[in-house]
Write a protein that binds this ligand. Sequence first.
Ligand code: STX
Length: 320
Amino acid sequence: MDLDALYPPIEPHETGELLVGDGHRMYWEVSGNPDGKPVVFLHGGPGSGTSPWQRRFFDPAAYRIVLLDQRGCGRSTPHASAADADLRFVSTAHLVADIELLRRNLGIEQWQVFGGSWGSALALAYAQAHPDAVSELILRGVFTLRRAELEWFYEGGAAALFPDLWEEFIAPIPVLERSHMIEAYHRRLFDPDPAVHEPAAIAWSRWEAATVTLRPDAAQIEAMSDPHTAVAFARIENHFFVNRGWWTEGQLIAGVDGIRHIPTVIVQGRHDVCTPMMTAWDLHTAWPEAEFVVVDDAGHSATEPGIQRALRAATDRFAG
Ligand code: STX
């Protein structure tokens, strides 16, 4: 993973677990300048959790940098990989409320919201629910959970580009169930038997990790193959997808009118196979006021060098 385009590594000066209700505790941390401009980083998946390198998109002298692990993943508890995992209280509405609860308790009036992939969907949902809390938006690899987006990546579209990796993705699913892969995976991922849910979770997570970069990134694929990480990631993603994010079809793009006034940069890799450019394009078309940056030599991941340069240019400009 080449992180040369980013700021140097930093450590948080404050961390905590916010009691968000329903027995859930949400890990959060603050790094950078305690008196700086507030920014919140929304991670992807859903279910991937944050990593320390994600602090590095922001100038630590200019920003008060907030990272959080969404319910059920990362350092938040209970973890969705647990034998008795119960995702009844894990939904978009819960995550939006958790972010807002953290903002209020950190004493932040307005913050910049930075989200990639699933984080872009959550950022749009949060901004549409709480437009006055958002100073700017930075959206990368836009994902809105519409039917065509889920069918592209999980029901066979992207097999046109990765037929070899697609074979590994469908391998845990019997042939008779392959017409509805997300549902077939749902049954296995939530089976209490680790001999059933672990191989399914690893196959699900490896498909995603192996297709998000322009060139294969062995370290990223191995990290996503760890059972603890893979089970939470696959279960939470799948849970949000069977529920379509609890949105109506096209709701996030239709909701642009309520946030059109917020200064926004959209960064999209031209060769993004996970959340192909059609979605960023539809958002751009609905929201021409937002700056639209297409990175011609990048795939999906925020680890792509061209994506990192574009994101850093956006955070530097918004630093004021
Ligand atoms: N999931 C999109 C997303 O947020 C549909 C995402 N995709 N890959 C990732 O996150 C990892 C980089 C964590 C594998």
